[in-house]
Write a protein that binds this ligand. Structure first.
Ligand code: GLN
Length: 496
C-alpha cells in the first residue's frame, strides 16, 4: 500500500490488516503538513479526530468486520458539519461556531471507515468559481501554483489532486464540484438532486445544492457515492428510491451507448488547443463503441440568467439566519436592528452581499413575477429540453468548462466569473446527475506546464449507475489521469 493508492486499494489493505488505519492517518497527516503550505487546500486539519476514528476502524477490523472505506483519508468541504469541529463556510460570519451535529453524508462515510482529515477551503458560502471568494485563505491549483483550483469546492479538489486526501466531499449548486475537478484533473461527481442528504450541509440554494464525491478514479467516486446516497429522515427532499450499487456495474466499453452532443454547445468558440482536446474526447467515445447523436438544448443558453435569479433568491432567504444572535460573529450596536446590520456588514464578503441584494430584489413584491417566477418557468423549460434530449441519447457529453484553470485575479468582474459555469448550470437546474472526468491537457502561454481539462458527462435523473459505468469505460480506455502528473510541490516529498 502507498499513500497514493485508490480508496478501494487502501480499504483492501486495511481490511486485510496489511497496514493499520492509524498508520494511514499518521502518514497522511504528515504529508498534509509537508505540502499544504504550498497548496492551501485545508482551512483546518482534524488530525486528532482522524486518529480517533482510525483507532475505531482498526478495532472493528480486528473484530472481523470488513469496512468499505476502512482507513480511507477523507477531506470535507468546510460547509459540512462535523460534530465538535468548527465549520466556517469560509466566511467571517461563522467565526468561532462549532457544529453541534454531523452531516448525514459525512456520518455515513465515517461509519464505513473513512478518516476525517480536515475541512477544506471554498468560496464563501459556496458562491464562486475559483475559491478566490474565501474570506479565510487562498488555495492554489496543484498543477500551477499561480492559478486557481476552481470553485467553489476548490479546497476539496486541490486536496485530492495534491495527494493530501484520497477522496473528498464537495457540494455542487451550479458546478462547484465539476468545474474545479476539471481544473485540477480529478473526477468530480454531482448526483441527482435528492439522492444525497443535505442534512448538515449549510444551505446556499436549497433546490440546487447537492453533495458529491471527488476522487482520482470513477470507481472510488462510485463507491463513496453509493455509501452516502439514499433516503434520510432528516432531509425531506431525499428520494425514497433504492440506490443501485454503482461501483460494481462499471463498464469497459460503450457498445450500444448513444452519446448526445449538444448542438448549442458547438466547440467553435473555444481556443483551438482546447477544442482539439474535446474533439478527440468525442472521437474516443466513438472508438469505444458509442454512437454520437446530435441533440438540442435550445434553452440551455438561458441557464446562467435563470440560475443567477434562483440561486441568489434562495440564498437571500437561507442566509437571513446569520444575524449575530445565535451563530458566530456578533458586532454589538445601539439596538437589535443596528446589531443585525453591523454584524452582516462585517461578516459577509462582497459576493455574498451582492447575491443577497439581487435575491432580495428578485423576491420583492412588484418584481417577484417579473424575475423569480419567470426564472422558475425558464427552469422548467430547461428541464423539459433535457428530458427530450434523453429520449434520443443515454448520456450527454460536453466540456466541463470552456478553459483550463486561470490565473489568480484574472476575472475581476462578476459576470466573467459567472460564465465559468456555462456548461454545468443547465444540468443543476434540471437536477441531473453529472460528472467531470479528466480528458486531456493544454499548455496555455504563461502556464507552468500542462493543465488538465475535464469532459462533462450527464445522464437522466437517477441514472447514476449507468453514468458512472460510461465514465469508467472512458477513463480506463484513455487513462488521461495517468499521462501527466502534477509538478513537484515545494516540500520534502515532492511529486505524487
Ligand atoms: N459558481 C456558481 C456560483 O457561484 C456555482 C457555485 C456552486 O455550485 N456552489 O454560484
Amino acid at each position: 500500500m502507498n499513500l497514493d493508492d485508490t480508496a478501494v486499494a487502501i480499504a483492501a489493505a486495511v481490511n486485510a490488516r496489511e497496514i493499520s488505519a492509524v498508520e494511514v492517518a499518521t502518514a497522511m497527516h504528515a504529508r498534509i503538513e509537508e505540502r499544504d503550505g504550498a497548496v492551501g487546500a485545508y482551512l483546518a486539519t482534524t488530525g486528532e479526530l482522524a486518529l480517533a476514528h482510525a483507532q475505531l476502524v482498526d478495532a472493528r477490523v480486528k473484530a472481523g468486520e470488513r469496512l468499505p472505506l476502512a482507513g480511507v483519508p477523507l477531506a470535507l468541504k468546510d460547509n459540512m458539519c462535523v460534530a465538535g469541529t468548527p465549520t466556517t463556510c469560509a466566511s467571517k460570519i461563522l467565526a468561532g461556531w462549532v457544529a453541534p451535529y454531523t452531516a448525514t453524508a459525512v456520518q455515513r462515510l465515517l461509519d464505513a471507515g473513512a478518516l476525517p482529515l480536515g475541512k477544506t477551503n471554498l468560496d464563501e458560502f459556496a458562491m464562486g468559481s475559483s475559491c478566490e471568494n474565501s474570506a479565510l485563505g487562498k488555495t492554489a491549483n496543484p498543477w500551477d501554483l499561480g492559478r486557481v483550483p476552481g470553485g467553489s469546492s476548490g479546497g476539496s479538489v486541490a486536496a485530492v489532486a495534491a495527494g493530501e486526501a484520497t477522496v473528498a466531499l464537495g457540494s455542487d449548486t451550479g458546478g462547484s464540484i465539476r468545474e474545479p475537478a476539471a481544473f485540477c484533473g480529478v473526477v468530480g461527481f454531482k448526483p441527482t438532486y435528492g439522492r444525497v442528504s443535505r442534512y448538515g450541509l449549510i444551505a446556499f440554494a436549497s433546490s440546487l445544492d447537492q453533495i458529491g464525491p471527488i476522487a482520482h478514479t470513477v470507481e472510488d467516486a462510485a463507491l463513496v457515492y453509493e455509501l452516502m446516497a439514499g433516503r434520510d429522515p432528516m432531509d425531506a427532499t431525499t428520494v425514497d428510491r433504492p440506490v443501485e450499487p454503482a461501483s460494481h456495474a462499471l463498464r469497459e466499453d460503450l457498445a450500444g451507448v448513444r452519446v448526445g452532443i449538444v448542438g448549442e454547445f458547438g466547440l467553435s468558440e473555444l481556443e483551438p488547443a482546447v477544442r482539439e482536446v474535446y474533439e478527440r474526447a468525442y472521437a474516443d467515445l466513438e472508438k469505444l463503441g458509442a454512437e454520437l447523436v446530435e441533440v438540442a438544448l435550445p434553452t440551455a443558453d438561458f441557464g446562467i440568467a435563470t440560475y443567477y435569479l434562483i440561486a441568489p433568491a434562495e440564498c437571500s432567504s437561507n442566509l437571513a439566519r446569520f444575524d449575530g444572535m445565535r451563530y458566530g460573529l456578533r458586532v454589538e450596536a445601539a439596538d437589535v436592528g443596528a446589531t443585525y446590520e453591523a454584524t452582516r456588514a462585517a461578516g459577509f464578503g462582497d459576493e455574498v452581499k451582492r447575491r443577497i441584494l439581487i435575491g432580495t430584489h428578485a423576491l420583492s413584491s412588484g418584481y417577484y413575477d417579473a424575475y423569480y417566477v419567470r426564472a422558475q418557468k425558464a427552469r422548467t423549460l430547461i428541464a423539459a429540453d433535457f428530458a427530450k434530449a434523453f429520449s434520443a441519447c443515454d448520456v450527454i457529453a460536453c466540456p466541463a468548462a470552456a478553459s483550463p484553470a486561470f490565473a489568480f485575479n484574472a476575472k475581476t468582474d462578476p459576470v466573467s466569473m459567472y460564465l465559468m459555469d456555462y456548461y454545468t448550470i443547465p444540468m443543476s437546474l434540471a437536477g441531473l446527475p453529472s460528472l467531470s472526468i479528466p480528458c486531456g491537457y493544454v499548455t496555455p502561454p504563461g502556464a507552468a506546464g500542462p493543465l488538465p481539462l475535464g469532459l462533462e458527462l450527464s445522464g437522466p435523473l437517477f441514472a447514476e449507475r449507468a453514468l458512472l459505468g460510461f465514465a469508467h469505460a472512458y477513463e480506463r480506455a484513455t487513462q488521461h489521469a495517468e499521462l501527466q502528473s502534477i509538478p513537484a510541490l515545494p516540500g520534502p516529498v515532492g511529486a505524487r
